[in-house]
Design a protein around this ligand. Sequence first.
Ligand SMILES: [Fe+2]
Ligand SMILES: [Fe+2]
Length: 135
Amino acid sequence: MPLIQWNDELSIGINSIDEQHKKLINMINALNDALLSGQANQALSEIFDELAVYTVEHFGYEEELFAQYGYSESQVHKNEHSALIEQVKNLQQKVKNGDFMISVEVMHFLKDWLIQHILKTDKAYAGFLKEKGVI
Ligand SMILES: [Fe+2]
Ligand SMILES: [Fe+2]
């Protein structure tokens, strides 16, 4: 069973963003599968790098929309994004140095962060951007 299962509750009602969230979920699930099947740390590190790159891309997409339409809660939202990117970069560096291994705890941290962020922080902008015609 995948670590995170997409369900309609996770939909924010904007298709382009739902698709990106699904992709993030798939990437987290792939990393979890690789971990559970005993892949070497090197392989995990590569999947983790891809996840980090795509996360930055997704956050950038949201933040561009905030700028384009003048979303008033943009700063608080961007702070959440920056905090996660900071944590992910720290983990990436430690994994590369070989003094840290991706673990079940890390996977649960990523899962909980993403779900909470979608349900609370992303859903908070959904109505605003939908009104602006973002699909
Ligand atoms: Fe976000
Ligand atoms: Fe998001």
